[in-house]
Design a protein around this ligand. Structure first.
Ligand code: SF4
Ligand code: SF4
Length: 200
């Protein structure tokens, strides 16, 4: 017999946690190095573009005011393009404390589920840093930090059979504050209990 503590191997909760933390640290270091390298590349590129513009203005080839107008138009066009589907953007909900939200909409969800089929849980939205810190609500790796959705379009926390929320106590701020009553994607007429087309 030995007095040494038993080796529970990497499968013990403490060891598994350490392995996960080490992996996360390595991944973060890689992302930071990549980010720094990209930043240095951008600084170099922007220095070359600025030098070119200054040279063209100095030689009288470029009208600075016309250039500035065009730059503004191009910036607006590109910003609009970034909102199109297929562009990966990192988005986070700015809500700091979802538990402190007040005046939440009072809706009889349970009674309406057979009608609405919880269609609200098919709508996309971003999680907050509070959600990320809690690590309960899942986000989409392909579209950080949007709520993760299944192939059927529903949030992964929405029970496919009952449509109940599996993370109700920790649900994000958007889920707490969303009001479906005037949303034409959900209801033709909320008061008359007539769901929108396509709610089958
Ligand atoms: S669509 Fe409206 S009534 Fe239905 S579950 Fe969502 S919030 Fe409740
Ligand atoms: S977290 Fe809950 S309430 Fe929010 S979208 Fe998912 S299932 Fe619906």
């Amino acid at each position: 017999m030995t007095d040494e503590p038993a080796d529970h191997g990497p499968s013990s909760p403490g060891a598994a946690e350490r392995v996960a933390r080490d992996e996360l640290e390595r991944a973060l270091r890689f992302v930071h190095v990549l980010g720094m390298q990209s930043k240095l590349d951008l600084v170099g590129m922007s220095a070359r573009v600025l030098a070119l513009i200054e040279e063209l203005v100095a030689s009288g080839t470029l009208d600075l005011r016309a250039f500035e107008d065009r730059r503004q138009r191009v910036a607006e066009r590109e910003a609009a393009r970034m909102t199109e589907e297929g562009h990966v953007r990192v988005l986070a909900d700015p809500t700091e404390d979802k538990y402190a939200l007040v005046d939440l909409p009072q809706i009889d969800c349970e009674a309406r589920l057979p009608l609405c089929k919880a269609r609200c849980c098919t709508l996309g939205f971003a999680l907050s840093f509070q959600d990320l810190d809690e690590g309960v609500v899942k986000w989409s790796y392909g579209a950080p930090y949007h709520i993760r959705q299944r192939e059927d379009g529903y949030c992964v926390h929405c029970d496919p059979a009952t449509r109940a929320c599996g993370v109700y106590e920790k649900r994000p701020a958007v889920c707490r504050t969303y009001d479906c009553r005037k949303d034409a994607r959900i209801w033709k007429d909320f008061e008359q209990r007539i769901p929108a087309d396509g709610t089958d």
